[in-house]
Structures are given as structure tokens and as C-alpha cells.
Design a protein around this ligand. Sequence first.
Ligand code: SAM
Length: 261
Amino acid sequence: MLPGGQSTSPAAWTANDLADNPHDAADKAQRVHSMFTAIAHSYDLNNRIHSFGLDQSWRRRAVDLARVQPTDRVLDAACGTGDLAEAFAAAGAAGVVGVDFAEKMLGIARSKSARARRRPGTNTPTYRRADVTTLPFPDECFDVVSIAFGIRNVADPRQALAEFRRVLRRRGRLLVLEFSQPANRFLRQLNHFYCHHIMPWTATLIAGDRSGAYRYLPRSVATFADRERFMAMMLAADFSSVTQHPMTAGVCVAYLGHAGA
Ligand SMILES: C[S@@+](CC[C@H](N)C(=O)[O-])C[C@H]1O[C@@H](n2cnc3c(N)ncnc32)[C@H](O)[C@@H]1O
């Protein structure tokens, strides 16, 4: 079921909530919806600033890994403001649909899409409100399903993976982009300091946020499945030949899996 359109409370995540594992919260979907409704207006700006401009190159690399064919239909799940959907369209996909349950994020995706300058012959993505755990699409109707920085935010990631598998055609590809931890100990500590002690303050200030979104972000990364566990989740959801592709020393990782053997 889709959560309501507006935030009812300014704080989706308090410090007390985040002392526990946020993925265990019974009302995680409502909180996540409320948080993205609150920060949608400055989401892109915060992404660019706090990734030092790298977030779009991570998305482009993910698109490269999916090896888009001119006949491919792509579903970008939890598309947010549409950056990955736009990257798939620019790569020449036959059609791209972005879905998200936060209308405010979709509104920004639609207005960016309307303003976008496209190469001749490039398709325009369409955006639709939907919950990725109950996708409004028939079985086996997409060649690629992608989700960037979204699976960690979904209340039931296993159900989302099952839905991705259901809507993928045989030999279709699932591309998941998510934050991770650098393998190098020094870089891991540096990344931890930045994500836990700098970014939450500056991002909260830029967003004028009272939802707790940028305190939830590092906590949700630290408590989400690590790379090995996430790859096991993909295999359990019936994806094969699952591979991981770390980027920027492992701050970010793309997972690629295939539907069918
Ligand atoms: C961190 S944003 C990622 C947005 C975009 N993919 C990107 O690359 O920037 C996470 C998105 O997941 C969406 N989301 C979380 N749970 C969802 C669900 N169950 N169904 C649909 N969208 C969901 C949120 O509304 C939010 O827009």
C-alpha cells in the first residue's frame, strides 16, 4: 500500500529511533516516505555536494554495466528525482519507466525531464507512482531493472527483489547501486568520519531538514546488508551470475544479476 502524500510529523527519525536498527522499524515505509517528501526540494543539490560530484558518474558506470541494447525496456525502481532513469534514456534504451512512492520526488523527476535536452532519437522516461514491493506491471515485461540508493530504503528488500525478478524477462539484468564501506581501513575510517560527523550537519543545513534524513542515511548504510549478504539475497531471489563492482575505493558498489541461468 502506498503511504500518504504529505509528512504528518517533521521528524521521521529521531536520535532515539536511530539508536535501534532503522530497518527493523515496523513503520519504516511511512518514515522513509515522509523523509523523502521533506527533503525532495534539495535532494539533487545535496547529492552533488556531498558526493563531491561523483554520484552522476556512479550512475553512468552502473548504466554501462547493464549493457543497454536499443530494444531494451528499463524499469528504474525507487527512481526518486530521475537521475538514473535519465542516464538509461541517454544510453539509448527503447523505453524507460521510473517508479517511486514519493510524489514530491517524482514531481522533480518530471520537471527535470521536461527541461532535459536530449539527443535526437533518445527516448523520454515516463514516471509513475508505485510501491516497488507491489509493482503494477505484468510478469516478464522489462529487460533491465535498476535501483540506485533505493534498496536500503525499502521496508522489505526481499519482496522488492522478488518483484524485480518477476517483471524481468529471461536473461534480463538487475542493476543495484548502493553505498558500501571501503575495504581499506584508513579510507573506511575517513569515510565513517565524513558520513557520521560532517555530512549529517551540512546536508541538514542545506535541506533545512527536520525529518532526520541525513542522520538516518549513515545509520541505514551501517546497518544494511554488507556486500556478501546482499549478493546472497540476490541469489536467494533467483538471480544468477551475481557480481559486485566497487567504485571510489568501495564507497559505492554496483551489483549485477541475471534473470535465468
Ligand atoms: C535515496 S533515494 C534514491 C533516488 C534515485 N534512485 C537516485 O539515484 O538518486 C531513495 C528513493 O526510494 C524511494 N522508495 C523507498 N521505498 C520505496 C518503495 N517501497 N516503493 C517506491 N519507492 C520507494 C524513496 O521515495 C526515494 O525516492
